[in-house]
Design a protein around this ligand. Structure first.
Ligand SMILES: *Cc1c(COP(=O)(O)O)cnc(C)c1O
Length: 212
């Protein structure tokens, strides 16, 4: 497991910017793999399924209250309540219906989640995310009507060789809304994302190895 620390430190040195947070994406990996990083005092971890995250992290978070858990996968409405209880950040806010529910559950739980709005930056039919043409309206709905804490935009751009164009587009949208945080970049493209002012990069396989 020393290897995981070594790989994590390697990513950190490549990023070389203390303003950029590494979300260590631990989906599919058991706690044996994650523990070294928790002991290493790493704070930000990402999961993409509520059920898996709950079984893995519920107890660990009790003993390590400084940990920030990030939901980075598609969030179904029927899991919104559990998500509010479990996560500190949700990167995949992608519909009014979901936003309404999350706002309601936040209030009930007396907890403030930090949100990224997921943008369908490549206008892909099969992908979730708010369309660029709807983004302004959706953002103002979230902050004015629901009063939830949207801190930035997030995207998983299509693998069409135009990553830098999508990242640039997203950086500009983020700025136009006056948002401070930007969740872009994974193992394969985080260095590109850093050129476009990513502040949260979501790194899985380059830290934990290939998922099976
Ligand atoms: C799995 C996943 C990641 C991490 O991907 P790697 O290529 O393993 O770094 C990042 N973001 C999202 C949304 C993911 O689902």
């Amino acid at each position: 497991m020393d290897l995981i620390i070594k790989q994590f430190e390697n990513i950190k040195s490549l990023i070389n910017n203390s303003n950029v947070k590494i979300v260590a994406v631990s989906k599919t990996f058991s706690y044996d793999y994650i523990e070294p990083l928790v002991k290493h005092k790493h704070v930000h971890f990402g999961e993409n399924k509520v059920q898996e995250a709950k079984s893995k992290w519920h107890d660990i978070k009790k003993n390590n209250p400084h940990i920030n858990l990030h939901m980075i996968g598609k969030l179904q409405s029927n899991k919104a309540k559990e998500a509010v209880n479990l996560f500190e950040y949700i990167h995949t806010l992608d519909s009014e219906k979901l936003a309404n529910l999350l706002a309601k559950f936040e209030k009930a739980a007396n907890k403030k989640i930090k949100y990224f709005i997921q943008v369908n930056v490549g206008s892909e039919k099969q992908k979730s995310g708010i369309g660029i043409e709807m983004l302004d309206d959706f953002y103002y709905y979230c902050i004015k009507e629901l009063n939830i804490d949207v801190i930035g935009l997030m995207a998983i751009p299509p693998n069409d060789g135009n990553q830098s164009i999508h990242f640039k587009n997203l950086m500009e949208l983020n700025k136009s809304l006056g948002l401070k945080e930007l969740s872009i970049g994974m193992s394969g493209d985080f260095q590109e994302a850093l050129k476009y002012e990513a502040t949260f990069v979501r790194i899985g396989s380059s830290i934990f190895g290939n998922r099976v």
